[in-house]
Design a protein. Structure first.
Length: 237
């Protein structure tokens, strides 16, 4: 006997709803990073799988994962070179840097072999994820999709927008928990030093059990997370 839930009409409506449902960005701060392996490319031309969660947990490292819209564009190479220039500072803090976009590994490698003075990223040595099937970026909700339309006759879904990622950044601790995420619009490049400051702050919290107030930097006073702690801090600052 056919029930309303098993009817072809209900099933068609359910498919339509799921296909046309807009991508939603849900914060994952305080949660484990998605357990998903993605193709990656390095400067040697090797294609391999990277699971960001496993990199953090198995290597007992923090991970900085930054997404950018496209290879061979404009703001993007300035960011990749900026993270490369600061790579030693991240490594001193036991942090693994990983770049990411929706380009293919082959396009990444072509860009990695393009000289800096020709708009390329030659000299970048950290791995770059190639999320060309958009499995991870769609799960994170960071794709530039401004709308969707559903054709009832053909069942096709048409996306509006470039379907590439915004400039999203994730800081992940040694247990795989996200302790920072941020998303910039396409024209806005990131300040790499701010991520070093955030890593220093979170490491201070981990080691000392204190919390870090506004504008905290390494060497400055932190405070106890209680009424007396904030009173003492504010009386001196």
């Amino acid at each position: 006997m056919e029930t309303p839930l098993s009817s072809p009409i209900f099933a068609a409506e359910l498919r339509k709803e799921s296909k046309t449902q807009k991508q939603q960005h849900m914060s994952i701060v305080g949660k484990k990073f998605p357990n998903l392996s993605v193709n990656a490319m390095n400067d040697l031309g090797d294609t391999f799988k990277v699971n960001v969660l496993e990199e953090a947990q198995k290597n007992n490292k923090k991970v900085l994962l930054f997404w950018y819209p496209k290879d061979f564009t404009f703001v993007c190479p300035t960011e990749l070179h900026a993270f490369q220039a600061a790579l030693e500072e991240f490594e001193k803090r036991n942090v693994m840097v990983i770049g990411a976009s929706c380009d293919t590994p082959e396009v990444h490698f072509a860009w990695l072999n393009t000289p800096k003075d020709d708009g390329g990223i030659e000299g970048v040595t950290y791995p770059i994820l190639a999320d060309s099937n958009r499995n991870l970026s769609s799960r994170l909700g960071i794709l530039d999709i401004t709308g969707e339309s559903y054709d009832e006759e053909t069942g096709d879904v048409t996306l509006e927008g470039d379907n590439v990622t915004y400039r999203a950044t994730y800081l992940i601790d040694e247990e795989g928990t996200v302790f920072h995420e941020g998303v910039n619009h396409m024209p806005l490049g990131r300040n790499v030093q701010e991520f070093i400051r955030l890593i220093d702050a979170y490491t201070h919290v981990q080691k000392n059990g204190e919390v870090c107030p506004a504008n905290w930097e390494e060497g400055k006073d932190a405070m106890k997370a209680d009424r007396k702690g904030v009173a003492d801090y504010l009386s001196l600052n």
